[in-house]
Design a protein around this ligand. Structure first.
Ligand SMILES: *[C@@H]1O[C@H](CO)[C@@H](O)[C@H](O)[C@H]1NC(C)=O
Ligand SMILES: *[C@@H]1O[C@H](CO)[C@@H](O)[C@H](O)[C@H]1NC(C)=O
Ligand SMILES: *[C@@H]1O[C@H](CO)[C@@H](O)[C@H](O)[C@H]1NC(C)=O
Ligand SMILES: *[C@@H]1O[C@H](CO)[C@@H](O)[C@H](O)[C@H]1NC(C)=O
Ligand SMILES: *[C@@H]1O[C@H](CO)[C@@H](O)[C@H](O)[C@H]1NC(C)=O
Ligand SMILES: *[C@@H]1O[C@H](CO)[C@@H](O)[C@H](O)[C@H]1NC(C)=O
Ligand SMILES: *[C@@H]1O[C@H](CO)[C@@H](O)[C@H](O)[C@H]1NC(C)=O
Ligand SMILES: *[C@@H]1O[C@H](CO)[C@@H](O)[C@H](O)[C@H]1NC(C)=O
Ligand SMILES: *[C@@H]1O[C@H](CO)[C@@H](O)[C@H](O)[C@H]1NC(C)=O
Ligand SMILES: *[C@@H]1O[C@H](CO)[C@@H](O)[C@H](O)[C@H]1NC(C)=O
Length: 557
């Protein structure tokens, strides 16, 4: 025991006053203690609490002189005093307290430095009562917050203006008050001064900082064209004179010799534990470019003891496009709605295109009476009939594809020879006589006496393909237009029918303006139905292309 004590005294010479023992009970005495407080403006103060009631509110008397502002203070809370706080306060239990806040200038020896004190934890520490050089320090009583130091179970001693703490605790990081007794005109005042005590673990940092983020060799994902924050988090040892620093450097590729310091905002610092601080330093890249992907980024954390660093790279993040589109529900909705409206408006055209361009099966030969229903409007003159006959003689039956092609070439040549021959006539000859298709011609095959419309519909139903040879004459002939209309309706009902338009010399939907407007259905169908153009005065190559295309469209068996 004895030796330990001697050792202690040796290590902490500051305690050699020999006070380190259980302090004697020392507290302000008197009825209800003294409830008259004199304090200095700008210093910390706390209203006294009731021993039996921890939560006492003190309110300034409303009927106090000069209509002062109503004030109330909770006895557990500290506040900085102002001269205006002076007055008489009342607690709920009816106790009375007089507070007198003095101006700093009225004190002869005010030194701001005396209002705070830094103590080293786990060592001995001494606190001096402010104003000790110019006051009667005979009976100074110390309080830690609201509690008399002498009542604490700790080793300390109060000697004159000093409070000697044998071992400073982390919990001593708070406000200490020293009360001096003053008696003026028979009234006893407690002249209370405050000392803000800060307890620190040590003066200087002992360990170098440690970077906790980013981890070494971790590559950060970035999005090109977007901002990116380079974040560095480091733990620092406590120090009084702050030397801690976190910086971001950039280097080209692997060249770590030449590092450029990046601009950073003020770091975010926070006390982590009693001994350590956390610092977060962010370098902001306003817009990530491919340039940034080639750089190395190094975070260096340093203090007086040393430094540590972590290097990271940036990598482009694989972007999923859909979620970003779905992120805009309005745009998405408009897109879908727009598509819907377009489809609704153009539904007929869509149907016609699908039905006429994609096969939904074809009629079998046995189920029909005709392979081709040829609809045209043509009134032959006598000379044309003659040529008609001539042509028939040079043509013959062709069945396989090769022969067909050569025949087509021949036809083309023949046509080039006789440009005046109307396509209506040629079609009949080629389809029926050369290609041997079962051809239906209204003027020839329609039985007399029947109802025209019913018969037309009937004949379309009995045909595999409908070819309409369109000309200005055709579109002004109501009977012909009826055939076309019936054909379109049949196509919409039954996609096995094929419908082909043959536009003759310069005729097209936009050029022809018949006297009677065409039915809406026909007008729309004309724009989308499959068609071939026939021009009698074009080259033989174009002509042969026409016949080849036609042959391809007609049924194969
Ligand atoms: C503490 O409160 C009790 C009642 O709660 C009261 O009787 C007593 O006077 C109060 N003491 C002081 C010091 O205000
Ligand atoms: C303590 O004070 C509160 C008001 O702050 C009061 O309501 C309560 O009655 C008091 N308790 C005692 C035991 O006096
Ligand atoms: C006084 O402050 C303490 C702690 O802040 C709180 O718990 C208590 O309710 C307060 N009392 C009153 C009367 O506001
Ligand atoms: C100092 O105060 C004490 C009482 O607290 C008193 O007895 C003593 O006379 C005072 N000394 C001076 C010099 O005022
Ligand atoms: C005591 O001083 C520390 C800094 O030294 C400060 O952060 C704290 O707010 C002060 N306490 C009061 C109650 O003013
Ligand atoms: C802090 O810096 C001041 C002024 O530079 C110096 O006087 C003091 O000794 C330093 N304290 C520590 C603990 O290094
Ligand atoms: C980057 O950090 C700043 C604060 O320094 C913050 O305002 C901003 O939102 C952060 N940006 C990103 C993309 O995290
Ligand atoms: C270091 O880098 C800067 C730009 O990052 C460049 O201008 C300078 O020439 C480089 N110096 C050396 C020695 O490589
Ligand atoms: C980090 O510390 C080493 C020595 O430990 C020193 O050579 C180097 O210059 C320091 N770097 C920085 C950025 O302070
Ligand atoms: C073109 O017509 C002439 C007579 O008008 C005839 O001699 C010739 O053979 C024809 N050419 C072809 C390819 O039919």
């Amino acid at each position: 025991m004895q030796t330990e004590c001697v050792l202690l005294y040796f290590i902490f010479p500051v305690i050699t006053n020999g006070c380190c023992m259980k302090s004697p009970q020392k507290e302000m005495t008197g009825p209800l203690q003294n409830q008259n407080f004199r304090v200095v403006e700008g210093e910390i103060f706390m209203m006294p609490c009731n021993k039996s009631n921890k939560s006492v509110m003190w309110s300034r008397n409303k009927d106090d002189k000069k209509e002062k502002k109503h004030l109330s203070f909770n006895c557990t809370e500290m506040f900085i005093t102002e001269v205006e706080h002076s007055g008489i306060y009342k607690s709920q239990t009816g106790s009375i307290l007089t507070l007198q806040v003095m101006e700093k200038t009225s004190l002869g020896c005010y030194r701001p430095s005396e209002s705070s004190r830094i103590l080293l934890a786990f060592a001995g520490g001494m606190i001096k009562c402010p104003g000790h050089t110019c006051s009667n320090n005979t009976d100074v009583v110390w309080y830690k917050r609201n509690k008399a130091v002498s009542k604490e179970r700790r080793e300390s001693c109060e000697e004159m203006e000093h409070l000697q703490l044998c071992t400073v605790d982390v919990k001593d990081d708070t406000v200490f008050f020293c009360d001096r007794k003053i008696i003026e005109q028979g009234v006893m005042w407690s002249f209370r001064r405050a000392v803000n005590v800060t307890v620190i673990p040590h003066l200087k940092a002992r360990t170098p900082p440690k970077i906790t983020y980013p981890l070494a060799d971790v590559i950060e994902e970035v999005v090109l064209g977007r901002p990116h924050n380079l974040t560095c988090k480091a733990d620092f040892d406590f120090e009084v004179n702050i030397s801690r620093k976190v910086q971001w450097f950039m280097s080209q590729g692997d060249n770590m010799e030449n590092m450029t310091l990046l601009h950073t905002e003020r770091p975010q610092e926070s006390r982590d534990t009693f001994r350590s601080f956390k610092v977060i330093q962010i370098a902001n890249i306003k817009e990530v470019t491919t340039h940034h992907l080639n750089h190395m980024y190094t975070c260096v954390a340093s203090n007086t003891v040393g430094n540590s660093s972590v290097t990271t790279r940036l990598k482009q993040k694989k972007q999923v496009k859909w979620p970003s589109l779905l992120g805009y529900p309005i745009a998405c909705f408009l897109l879908v709605a727009g598509l819907g409206i377009t489809l609704r408006v153009k539904w007929l055209e869509v149907q016609l295109i699908c039905r006429s361009h994609f096969l939904f099966g074809t009629y079998r030969k046995e189920d029909t009476d005709f392979d081709v229903f040829l609809s045209h409007v043509w009134k032959p003159s006598s000379s044309e009939v003659e040529r008609d006959l001539f042509f028939s003689t040079i043509s013959g039956p062709y069945h396989d594809a090769e022969e067909c092609l050569s025949s087509v070439e021949m036809l083309g040549a023949a046509e080039a020879n006789a440009t005046q021959r109307p396509i209506e006539v040629m079609l009949t000859e080629v389809i029926e006589d050369q290609w041997r298709y079962r051809l239906c011609l209204l003027e020839r095959d329609l039985l007399p006496g029947g109802a025209y419309t019913d018969d037309v519909v009937m004949m379309i139903k009995r045909s595999r393909t409908l070819i309409c040879v369109l000309s200005a004459d055709y579109l002004t002939d109501s009977n012909a237009v009826f055939v076309l209309d019936a054909g379109i309706k049949a196509l919409l009902q039954d996609s096995a029918l094929k419908l082909l338009l043959v536009w003759t010399n310069g005729a097209s939907a936009s050029h022809i303006h018949p006297d009677l407007p065409l039915p809406k259905l026909v007008q729309r169908a004309l724009k989308v139905l499959p068609s071939l153009d026939w021009c009698s005065d074009t080259s033989s190559a174009d002509t042969s292309r026409f016949w080849t295309s036609l042959r391809r469209i007609l049924p194969k068996d």
